[in-house]
Write a protein of this length. Structure first.
Lengths: 114, 113
């Protein structure tokens, strides 16, 4: 079946511009996670959704970062006024229920801020 | 705050040898410990996991051990093959109100043919 998909796969943007990254979780998965992976680094937790609500958004690095999820499915991560330090791979993962099941990761969106 | 330390950062082994990667976690409420394999240009993929009520779990050439007292868990790969070359991440998750995963910094494993 279809896995987690993310778009775009690559995004190059100029410093100061806003970007939107999209995640399509596996159908029926109610839990959704966003992570950031900087070059050669581990995965940094950003935000967790259960359905449309975000019980844990403690990992968002600044108020320039926001995320929403509508209809319990697609999620969008928005970065406003991008900075060069925002350059990274942004990974999305979904799981069947409230984090108690295996996470399935998407391929990621590579964001480059010039 | 919560932290997961992972060692080594890089590991080279000869094909057929064993590889061991070790992680230490700080949050004593952690109760689920997955291991992921990430190949170039792809998202991480779960290869094995262990829960806090179990000390060891094995799946063919891969095994994971957990020492709750010491807050250590390790990944063991036996009879390594070139296709095992990848970056491996450990993670720890607590069930104390949030299902946030804390990841280690990764180990780049190279299996030399």
């Amino acid at each position: 079946g279809a896995g987690v998909s993310q778009s775009p796969s690559n995004k190059v943007t100029e410093k100061g511009k806003d970007v939107e990254l999209r995640c399509d979780p596996i159908s029926g998965h109610t839990a959704l996670y966003w992570y950031r992976q900087s070059l050669g680094q581990g995965l940094e937790f950003l935000i967790y959704f259960q359905g449309n609500s975000a019980p844990d958004k403690s990992g968002l690095p600044s108020d320039r970062f926001s995320a929403e999820r509508t209809g319990g499915s697609v999620s969008t991560l928005t970065i406003q006024r991008t900075q060069q330090e925002d350059s990274a791979v942004y990974l999305c993962a979904s799981s069947l229920q409230d984090g108690t099941y295996e996470q399935y990761f998407g391929p990621g969106t590579r964001l480059t801020v010039t | 705050g919560e932290n997961v330390e992972q060692h080594p950062s890089t590991l080279s082994v000869q094909e057929g040898d064993s590889a061991v990667i070790k992680c230490t976690y700080s949050d004593s409420a952690s109760n689920y410990f997955p291991w992921y394999k990430q190949e170039l240009g792809k998202g991480p993929q779960l290869i094995i996991d262990i829960r806090s009520n179990v000390g060891e779990k094995k799946d063919q050439r891969i095994a994971v051990t957990l020492n709750k007292t010491a807050k250590h868990f390790s990944l063991h790969i036996t009879e390594t093959q070139p296709e095992d070359s990848a970056v491996y991440f450990c993670a720890a998750r607590s069930n104390s109100g949030t299902y946030k995963y804390i990841f280690g910094t990764g180990t780049r494993l190279k299996v030399l043919a």
